[in-house]
Design a protein around this ligand. Structure first.
Ligand code: DC
Length: 235
């Protein structure tokens, strides 16, 4: 049960702050995290990619996604290697670059399922804490401000109405997708429900998080607000 962490280091002059960005799927976390990373010279760490990589392994092993003990055994023989950059993260599963396989519907659903188990979460949280402890990072996920880094310097909880998030996801899929918008919105609602209602570390804003609802904003506007929040912390 390990994850190696090799990184391009954040730039030497980068502030050693920790920026936590949490929120439901499709709220724009990745767009904002990527921008903040570039703008402030921080490392961008996408924690969802780690859950996705483990979910891919569970799917390949044809494991039942409801059985904690089998998943725990599998986790014991898994090495996830995250290579953060200022752009997209690359993810290696037992040495294989699986970055291109992590975004399909089956892995997306499986990631939400395996992430309900405390033993899997404890493993991931430990690794995420190791990765971010030196600072100079923007880390996005569901529980960064509440569990992984409760003392993060900046905490943003990004939200938007499910219909808006679903349409953003649909548009990202491009003109050739065979999916229908309604289908995408429905899946997103189901995943939200699971992420928000799980017993261990449910998705919710930390008490001291700034809640940023981008329902009536463009993502570019939300990016600007997030940028100002980090600037204010640095000032
Ligand atoms: O951010 P994402 O869509 O790549 O995340 C995939 C799933 O992983 C999400 O449905 C819930 C889980 N996850 C989590 O439980 N905690 C995190 N910090 C990140 C993701």
């Amino acid at each position: 049960m390990s994850t190696e962490f090799h990184s391009e280091h954040s730039s030497a002059s980068a502030p050693k702050i920790i920026v936590a960005i949490d929120g439901p799927a499709g709220a724009g976390k990745s767009t904002i995290a990527r921008h903040l990373a570039r703008h402030f010279g921080l490392l961008n760490l996408e924690t969802g990619a780690m859950y996705r990589a483990f979910a891919l392994k569970a799917l390949r092993a044809a494991l039942s996604l409801d059985e904690s003990s089998a998943l725990e055994r599998l986790a014991g023989e898994t090495i996830i290697h995250l290579v953060p950059t200022s752009g997209e993260n690359r993810v290696f599963l037992d040495g294989e670059d699986v970055t291109g396989e992590l975004r399909n519907a089956a892995v997306t659903d499986a990631a939400s399922r395996v992430s309900v188990f405390p033993v899997i979460r404890a493993w991931m949280v430990r690794l995420q804490q190791q990765m971010g402890s030196a600072g100079g990072v923007v880390m996005e996920g569901r529980d960064i401000g509440t569990v992984v880094f409760p003392h993060a310097d900046v905490k943003i909880f990004l939200d938007a109405a499910p219909e808006v998030r679903g349409m953003r996801r649909f548009e990202q899929m491009g003109a050739h997708t065979e999916r229908q918008p309604d289908e995408v919105i429905l899946e997103l609602r189901e995943r939200d429900k699971r992420d928000r209602n799980r017993a261990d570390s449910p998705l919710k804003p930390a008490e001291d998080a700034v809640v940023l609802d981008s329902t009536d904003m463009t993502l570019a506007e939300a990016v600007k607000v997030a940028e100002r929040l980090v600037e204010a912390r640095l000032a």
